[in-house]
Structures are given as structure tokens and as C-alpha cells.
Design a protein around this ligand. Structure first.
Ligand code: FES
Length: 103
């Protein structure tokens, strides 16, 4: 794992998402109760951008076919997606975002 600092990060409003580029990966990021959550932006169903969706009750809802993934674990809560979403450890400290990704 390597820790990456994301310069110029602006936290999205509660329930919203934004995207960041980390080590060549496009990640969706949301912040819930001061905790940042980062995961692949591409839905595992048909690759729609999850950052165009919304977060409800600890799950990100894909805007295309409404699959829901747990933002902590990436597990599928509601299909049609079958495969879990890859999640990354993220930390928000004084407005600065760091994300750990595999090397
Ligand atoms: S692309 Fe996300 S549910 Fe189909």
C-alpha cells in the first residue's frame, strides 16, 4: 500500500460524491459524519460513474440501474451488480484527503 495526498480536495456535501485521481485510478469519494470513503468510480455492473449517484444510509446508489454498494466494505446490497466494489482506506484531516492504494 502507498499513501497518497490529494491536493486541493473539496469535500462534497453530505450524500454527494466527487471524484479524485489517485495513482492512475479514478475514485469516487464521499464524506459521512467527518469520515471519508473512497472506492472505484466505475460500477461493477456496467461501469457507470458512481460519482453521478448518491449516498443513502451508508450505501452508494449507482445512477444507471440503481445497484447499491456498502461504502465501508464495497459489498453489494442491491443488484443488479453482482461483484463487490473495491474500497480504499481514506482519511480526512483538517480538510486534507489521503488515500491508500495498492502499489
Ligand atoms: S452500471 Fe451500475 S447498476 Fe448498472
Amino acid at each position: 500500500m502507498s499513501t497518497h495526498h490529494v491536493p486541493g480536495f473539496t469535500a462534497p456535501a453530505s450524500g454527494d460524491l466527487t471524484t479524485v485521481e489517485v495513482a492512475g485510478r479514478r475514485l469516487a469519494v464521499t464524506v459521512d459524519d467527518g469520515q471519508a470513503y473512497a472506492f472505484d468510480d466505475a460500477c461493477t455492473h456496467a461501469q457507470c460513474s458512481l460519482s453521478g449517484g448518491e449516498v443513502e444510509d451508508g450505501a452508494v446508489i449507482c445512477p444507471c440501474h440503481f445497484a447499491a454498494f456498502d461504502i465501508s466494505t464495497g459489498q453489494v446490497r442491491t443488484g443488479p451488480a453482482k461483484d463487490a466494489l473495491r474500497c480504499y482506506r481514506a482519511q480526512l484531516l483538517d480538510g486534507a484527503l489521503t488515500v491508500e492504494v495498492p502499489q
